[in-house]
Design a protein around this ligand. Structure first.
Ligand SMILES: Nc1ncnc2c1ncn2[C@@H]1O[C@H](COP(=O)(O)OP(=O)(O)OP(=O)(O)O)[C@@H](O)[C@H]1O
Ligand SMILES: [Zn+2]
Ligand SMILES: [Zn+2]
Length: 806
């Protein structure tokens, strides 16, 4: 009897949200595993469709089963743990199971990728492969066109490493091939060959010496010979011609860190508070406890060192480790430190890598070639076996929440995985999310604080500049007199300054001074933002772009004013006020190119600049000893946003950026310019008192019936036709209302604060609740209805625990 498997097909719909059972052909049944992707016939027309194998079926199944057409890769991309995780995830996020599975696998293998067969010519001849598959299949593999016998043979060869399956995308994320030189000079032929060389051909004599000393089995890369041994290209070519060496192309994993030199480093001696945190983690590792541990450590307290040593401990126990960071491209220093400690045992997954690079890293993980994975949100699905620890740095960061379906929070996924693996989850932050910190209060998490900086120095002193009093005493609207004075002081002392322009909830827009007209996007309900680099007005939601106007479109007046501030404008202003200052600007425009972050930060670290001016992206992770002043130009732009976390985010951001000052021997100072000096988020950030803030904010959340006292779910409804959108919103309301008690609070339907995006109208319903056993089913019904609505052009989404209400 052939093996039977349950398969989730790649059709995101409710009807296909449960697995279908298929039978395997005897020839390939052993190549199919849980996590394999297969092609199966689907529907009345038996259309071949992709699917994921989620289970082997051992009990009897009545009725005729359809046969699995082919298996896409005999080495599965996901392991059993992740397959079972997808089930939980789908339920938790109200999404289709296949969407969850697709969210886990690397992009490269998803769509529009050509697959081809690569022949390992040391183990098999091209003729053999062509005989089995034919030329067409080798260059463009369609396994479903192969017979089962052919598939079986192919899979066999893959497992024996005779051939491998590769993926090519249109942008050609292919495997990287490099020229490799294999020396053929041995002790036997050395003398003979040397005698043939003319005595004045020193280059050749040098090269033959080099070749003699290279391990013939290992060989050497051509680049190394050319660049490091300074061998001339023509010398090398003639050596190959003379038969001193053989040249071949070999595959090398694309190394995302190519070129960045890696100094290895060793553990630091932990101080007492770090040791306490470390001990707590180690105990959990040793006792296989999965209760999350929250480390609340002030900025500069050396949390990273605790992470690194904890990872070391897990590896020492034969386990693997996963370290999540908010956004890798923003924290190159962290990645560097992990790589410096663990070298080639580390794989890195993040959005800055090409699909090909990500896929390479993924393969290293699934083949168990790495022990440590560092990555942003989606790396939480890294197929590591035998997890020994999961660490989430800056656990409060909103980047851990996925904003598209499946709308998961990486923290929840990490906690779930850790529970399955019986290993600890460590959540670290100077300003923990209220959710996490309150779970400590309720005994759900273990807790440890690090109250002092690693070097036992004080936190920087923070001064508030009330901009209402200082408007006009400075040089322009962005720089008060005290700010300019403090910057100048640092420059005289050859110290460095970090200046942050808070861009959250903020844009530079154009307004007519005669009639008040504001230039808006024709598709969306937002004002257009001015971009000096392209000299255009751009919509940040739909990408609409138009020239900067010279006169008002409404009244024709030429009295147009540009409001708001971009980093470029601040950079210009700075150049007028302090022309001698060397400034590095860091924002989305200057960091678009790959590796740009790292380069700019390295420049700043080398003292090639005095001032680092940037957006929020400079608030996290920087550790520069000579930064003694941090200036925040506008602290409060985010406070007015219609978002329940506005205060929390402002407090976190200010604390975070303030923490960049005075991290080494020199004392640090922070200047915060604000129009709301009395706001508690600003006042408590000044005190750098997270615990105080936590209590105050918890009190307000309690009053407002907000998280973490209440759970939230947000339903968003959009349509090109505003009436349709509103009508559907009420339909959803009518599904939910009867299924929840009067303790639940339902807000809406209301228009979203940006009610029109890309020509579509947006409405939302917010549900706040504590215990509502009926809600889950109600939301499943919404999901079901949304499928129907989809066909009529209405989009409905469910966001459990939304992080953003805009
Ligand atoms: N035990 C130690 N002894 C000496 N120096 C240490 C020790 N632990 C950490 N440091 C140093 O202290 C500095 C701050 O550490 P680290 O960057 O890990 O802090 P952090 O808690 O991650 O800070 P932040 O949250 O602000 O990013 C680093 O330069 C680090 O090398
Ligand atoms: Zn006008
Ligand atoms: Zn727009």
């Amino acid at each position: 009897m052939s093996k039977k498997f349950n398969v989730i097909v790649n059709v995101p719909a409710l009807q296909t949200n449960t697995p279908f059972t298929y039978i395997a052909d005897d020839a390939v049944e052993d190549d199919i595993k849980i996590g394999s992707r297969v092609i199966v016939p689907f529907g009345k027309a038996e259309r071949p469709i992709q699917g994921f194998v989620v289970e082997e079926v051992t009990q009897k199944v009545t009725g005729d089963l359809k046969k699995i057409i082919s298996v896409l890769e005999p080495e599965p991309l996901l392991n059993e743990e992740l397959i079972s995780l997808s089930n939980w995830l789908a339920d938790k996020t109200y999404s289709y199971r296949v969407s969850c599975l697709n969210a886990m696998i690397p992009n490269l293998v998803k769509v529009n990728t050509r697959r081809f067969v690569k022949i390992n010519s040391e183990k098999i001849t091209q003729t053999q492969v062509l005989e089995l598959l034919g030329e067409q299949q080798v260059t463009d593999l369609k396994v479903s066109d192969l017979t089962f016998a052919q598939q079986r043979q192919l899979n066999h060869w893959i497992k024996e490493n005779k051939v491998s399956l590769e993926y090519a995308t249109e942008n050609s994320a292919r495997k990287k091939m490099i020229n490799w030189i294999w020396p053929l000079i041995t002790d036997e032929n050395y003398g003979v060959e040397v005698d043939k060389i003319r005595k004045n051909a020193t280059k050749q004599l040098e090269l033959i010496e080099i070749l003699k000393n290279i391990d013939p089995d290992e060989g050497i890369s051509q680049t190394t010979l050319l660049n490091e041994y300074h061998v001339g290209r023509s010398t090398l070519n003639s050596a190959v011609k003379n038969g001193w060496a053989k040249r071949s192309e070999i595959e090398r994993y694309r190394d995302p860190f190519e070129g960045s030199d890696l100094k290895s480093d060793t553990s630091l001696q932990l101080n007492e508070e770090q040791q306490q945190a470390y001990d707590l983690v180690v105990r959990a590792i040793e006792q296989h406890q999965s209760k999350p541990i929250l480390i609340e450590g002030v900025t500069g307290s050396g949390k990273t060192e605790v992470y690194l040593q904890s990872i070391s401990k897990a590896i020492g126990e034969g386990k693997s480790a996963l370290l999540l960071v908010p956004e890798i491209s923003l924290t190159p220093l962290m990645v560097k430190r992990v790589r410096a400690r663990f070298g080639r045992q580390v794989a890195v997954l993040h959005s800055g890598l090409s699909d090909g690079e990500k896929f390479d890293e993924w393969r290293r993980i699934i083949r168990n070639e790495v022990k440590v994975v560092v990555g942003a949100r989606s790396a939480v699905f890294a197929p590591l076996q035998n997890l020994g620890i999961i660490i989430i740095d800056e656990e409060h960061s909103e980047t851990y929440k996925q904003t598209d379906a499946p709308r998961y929070h990486a923290r929840d996924v990490a906690i779930y995985r850790a529970k399955n693996a019986n290993c600890p989850v460590v959540l670290g932050s100077a300003t923990p999310s209220l959710e996490s910190r309150s779970r400590v209060e309720r005994g759900r998490y273990d807790f440890v604080q690090i109250k002092r900086r690693a070097n036992q120095k004080d936190l920087p002193e923070i001064k508030i500049v009330d901009m209402r009093e200082h408007l006009g005493d400075g040089f322009n609207e962005n720089f008060s007199a005290p700010m300019v004075e403090e910057i100048q002081k640092r420059l005289l002392k050859k110290e460095q300054v970090v200046l942050m322009l808070n861009r959250r909830g903020f844009s530079s827009f154009v307004m007519c001074r005669s009639c008040g007209f504001v230039l808006k996007c024709p598709n969306c309900d937002v004002s257009l933002t001015m971009h000096m680099d392209t000299h255009s007005m751009r919509c940040h939601y739909c990408g609409h772009e138009e020239p900067i106007p010279k006169s008002c479109r409404n009244c024709g007046s030429t009295k147009i004013r540009f409001f708001g501030t971009g980093t470029e404008k601040v950079e210009q202003q700075l150049a007028e006020i302090i022309p001698e200052a060397r400034v590095i600007r860091m924002d989305v425009d200057t960091t678009r190119r790959k590796g740009a972050h790292e380069r700019l930060l390295a420049k700043f670290g080398n003292h090639d600049a005095d001032i680092l001016l940037g957006t929020q992206m400079i608030a996290k992770g920087l550790d520069f000893p000579d930064v003694t002043l941090v200036g925040v130009l506008n602290a409060d732009t985010a406070l007015e946003l219609p978002d329940l976390r506005a205060s929390e985010r402002t407090f976190q951001l200010l604390t975070q950026v303030a923490g960049r000052a005075g991290r080494a021997d020199k004392k640090g100072e922070v200047l915060i310019q604000t129009f709301n000096p009395d706001h508690y988020a600003i006042k408590l950030a000044q005190k750098q008192d997270y615990e105080d803030f936590f209590r105050k904010e918890m009190y307000l959340r309690h009053l407002g019936k907000y998280p973490p006292y209440y759970f939230t779910a947000l339903i968003s409804i959009s349509d090109r036709d505003e009436k349709e959108a509103l009508k559907s919103a009420y339909e959803m309301l009518n599904i939910i209302q009867p299924k929840v008690s009067s303790n639940a609070v339902i807000l809406g339907p209301t228009a979203k604060s940006i009610s029109k995006i890309k020509q579509k109208y947006y409405y939302q319903i917010l549900i706040k609740y504590q215990k509502e056993p009926g809600l889950h089913n109600a939301l499943l019904e919404v999901l079901e209805r949304s499928q129907e609505k989809f066909r009529h052009g209405t989009r409905i989404s469910i966001d459990p625990e939304p992080q953003n209400f805009l």
